[in-house]
Design a binder for this molecule. Sequence first.
Ligand code: PLP
Length: 422
Amino acid sequence: MLTLNENFLHLQQNYLFADIAHRVSDFQQANPDVRLIRLGIGDVTQPLAPAVIAALHRAVDEQASAETFRGYGPEQGYLFLRQAIVEGDYASRGLDISPEEVFINDGAKSDTGNFTDILGRENTVLVTDPVYPVYVDSNTMSGRSITYAPCTEEGGFVPALPPADAPAPALIYLCYPNNPTGTTLTASQLQEWVDYALAHGSLLLYDSAYEAYISSPSVPHSIYELPGARRCAVEFRSFSKTAGFTGLRCGYTVVPHDIVVPSSGGTSVRLSDLWRRRQSTKFNGTPYIVQRAAESIYTPEGRAQVRATIAYYMENARIMRESLIRLGLHVYGGKDAPYLWVPAPQGMDSWTFFGHLLHEAHVVTTPGVGFGPSGEGFIRLTAFGHREDCLEAMERIGKWLACPSVPFQPAGEGKASSMGGI
Ligand code: PLP
């Protein structure tokens, strides 16, 4: 008899974005003349860099002739891209990663979700709270038990290591710069996790999809900057937010050869070999033209163009941070990440704050509680919008806060703070 993987029935219905969409569409139907400004979106808005467009055109033209046509490519990705990544993202920072350790994919979502295919279902999982939901859902689908490390305002949004007397989680997901809080960890804070993983035989699954947004010199760009990480950490990167590939789809995963896991049969298995085996069965590669497009980001002109777009988004983030702080709100993130994490005034919950901003300021945000219980009382703003919209949204929020009907006490001068650099 046909049965289901009933773990899927244990998934929390992801109401968050559907719920936001319903509330926004109800409001818009009742108020068709209002122009809403959407600061909740997690998608980019600026066009692809000219170097990327040129690389796409060249690669498309190659498909028109039998001499240069490309069919199936290597499942792990073309060497030209893996080499560009190794040189551009790792060797340039003095990090020793080989092209054989790099696996090209169709975006970080696929690999952060799929990687656990090669890991035992009995492995326990630790995620931070609030969290990018893919880690939770993909492990729920596999029936793994999940614990949460709360990242709170009082704790500076730094997840605490599990207590010494608690069983160590086998898999630990860390995402820095963080979605949704926009905060980062210092090298010494990250080193504690690397040391913990090495001491307990845990695997770190390090998602650095927003690495390109780091500007503070003290913030690590790669987990491999920390001694010992090559023996315990897999790193996921994405071209989505780095270079606007949310529609093109490309990213990569680094699985160092030094991660070796004992099997029940007594042999030692290199995780990268098992991942290659999995990918060569279930994945047939990222399109050639997309890999050529990704390669172009590593050329001097590609790099400069991509950096200019990131600077545009981060200027949005700066404008929003400084405006909100001036208005008397607390703001976290937005310094090394395109996300701002804003506590609701006067102890409002996330959905109430969201509702006020939608109905009275006509600005759409994302309620923080949708990312986990520790997100309650916050909203997330993204810096991916158009400049004029960010400016107007700040003006609208300012007017709303100034309304006599809004019971808002601005934070005192010294109280308004940003911990984006932590
Ligand atoms: N990881 C994090 C933390 C993200 O926020 C996202 C996308 O929003 C992804 C991974 C997925 O990115 P991709 O578009 O490469 O699948």
